[in-house]
Design a protein around this ligand. Structure first.
Ligand SMILES: C[C@H](O)[C@H](O)[C@H]1CNc2nc(N)[nH]c(=O)c2N1
Ligand SMILES: N[C@@H](Cc1ccccc1)C(=O)O
Ligand SMILES: [Fe+2]
Length: 310
């Protein structure tokens, strides 16, 4: 599981590269991927992540994800080369993958997306942090996001988000727009003929959340509603308590095309919702018990007999 947005400020945090890894970046924050510099150990971390995730995703990831992955030069042996990815992507949907050192400032991020460049972290997590990291690394960005960029609808949607981001910043409503990205591109679920599937990169790249999001009774799964999502906080430190579900990917295209300005205006000053809240107006597809988050809270407060012993 990884969490890359700072909901409060929406600002990029300082990246945490090792001192010997610092590379000056260009004004658009891109750097060279430096593919030949990856060590044997780094490629091995990729393989570990790739193998365990490839076993989990059949039957869990949506068909478009599986299809995208199949046609890309992404495999277990090595960390993918961004130039090779871009060549295939460019032909299919006109996207490129560019390397960045970590989180980049919002306007830089939006400008890349608006120009169909996907900024991907060039570094890979360390062997002791396979399941948790604070910034998007090459595994999250490439394994999680790039397969979906092979889909024309998602390609158009993410470009439109970049353009919408620049506008939302002007209007001072970036936090509202960021929630739409979070609950679609990062943590979205989609209905398919044979059941609910993952299309969000934050789930697809997470060993634990790709199981939790679909199998566990804990989270709520709620039909996507734009205003509802814009008013809903999200968790950056744990699994989501609620996921929002679209009926098909084309629903995103409609979102990309409508003007959000009147929606921002309409929800101004209206109350916001906590991540785990279920509303009377929600279209509930499955309602979680909240068991996971409740138990965790108890443990943190030292309240259960199991944790008090020792
Ligand atoms: C709101 C916006 O989507 C978000 O804060 C941005 C900031 N910078 C980023 N930078 C990178 N590299 N990746 C990201 O997902 C983001 N997200
Ligand atoms: N249509 C939105 C922009 C947007 C596109 C795609 C995803 C999310 C938002 C707007 O008018 O601002
Ligand atoms: Fe991401």
């Amino acid at each position: 599981m990884q969490r890359q947005l700072n909901e409060q400020s929406g600002e990029a945090k300082k990246h945490g590269l090792a001192a010997d890894d610092v590379q000056p970046h260009r004004p658009d924050w891109t750097i060279d991927q430096g593919w030949s510099n990856y060590s044997v150990e780094e490629h091995a971390v990729w393989r570990t992540l790739f193998d365990r995730q490839s076993k989990l995703l059949p039957g869990r990831a949506c068909d478009e994800f599986v299809e995208g992955m199949k046609n890309l030069p992404i495999g277990p042996e090595q960390i993918p080369n961004f130039e090779a990815l871009s060549e295939v992507l460019m032909k299919k949907t006109g996207w490129q993958v560019v390397a960045v050192p970590g989180l980049v400032p919002d306007d830089v991020f939006f400008d890349h997306l608006a120009n169909r460049r996907f900024p991907a972290g060039h570094f890979i997590r360390k062997p002791h942090e396979l399941d948790y990291l604070e910034e998007p690394d090459v595994f999250h960005d490439v394994f999680g996001h790039v397969p979906m960029l092979m889909n024309p609808v998602i390609g158009d949607y993410i470009q439109a988000y970049g353009l919408g981001g620049l506008r939302a910043k002007e209007l001072g409503v970036l936090d509202k727009l960021a929630r739409v990205y979070w609950y679609t591109v990062e943590f979205g679920l989609v209905k398919q003929a044979d059941g609910m599937r993952i299309y969000g990169a934050g789930i697809a790249s997470s060993f634990t959340e790709s199981v939790f999001a679909l199998d566990d009774l804990s989270p709520n799964r709620i039909g996507f509603d734009l205003e509802r999502v814009m008013r809903t906080h999200y968790r950056i430190d744990d699994f989501q308590e609620s996921y929002f579900v679209i009926d098909n990917l084309d629903e995103l295209l409609a979102l990309a095309r409508i003007d959000f300005a009147p929606v921002y205006e309409h929800i101004k000053g209206l109350p916001e919702h906590q991540p785990g809240t279920v509303l009377a107006t929600d279209r509930i597809l499955s309602r979680g018990s909240g068991r996971y988050h409740r138990q965790k809270q108890e443990i943190e407060q030292g309240g259960t007999s199991a944790t008090r012993q020792s």
